[in-house]
Design a protein around this ligand. Structure first.
Ligand code: ZN
Ligand code: ZN
Length: 132
């Protein structure tokens, strides 16, 4: 008889060890937000006719340098995104447009620019570190 898996190693959603879950399986993860920030996020999501999970996921993927196409196989590689000229419009809208562009490219994906292309790219760097 094998020892029972430790609770955090067992996926209660898929009823198996977490190591057996696919990378694209969706699991609940805890994030803590200030109450006012959460309310602002809910308001922004409602305005964009989406939900907070979709909004946060899209923004997080953009910051990680990619977007995922929901029409592709879930194991397909993500589509690279870069930042162009972001002046003059809300970042949220520019990111949402890029995500739409990725989906409309399907199945032939190529890198997408968030914002206006053809200008020196915006590079994000951690505080205290220089952009490369
Ligand atoms: Zn799972
Ligand atoms: Zn696709």
């Amino acid at each position: 008889m094998t020892a029972p898996a430790r609770r955090q190693d067992y996926c209660t959603q898929h009823h198996q060890p977490r190591s057996k879950c696919e990378p694209w399986d969706r699991h609940g993860h805890t994030m803590r937000f200030r109450e006012d920030d959460w309310m602002a996020a809910e308001h922004a999501a409602k305005t964009a006719r989406t939900d907070v999970t979709a909004l946060v996921t899209q923004m997080m993927e953009a910051m990680l340098g990619y977007a995922r196409c929901w029409r592709c196989h879930p194991g397909a590689p993500p589509v690279p995104v870069g930042f162009g000229d972001l002046a003059g419009r809300p970042l949220r809208e520019a990111v949402a447009d890029a995500a739409e562009q990725v989906i409309s490219q399907h199945p032939d994906h190529h890198p997408v620019t968030i914002g206006r292309a053809g200008v020196p790219p915006v590079v994000f760097a951690e505080p205290g570190r220089r952009a490369r």
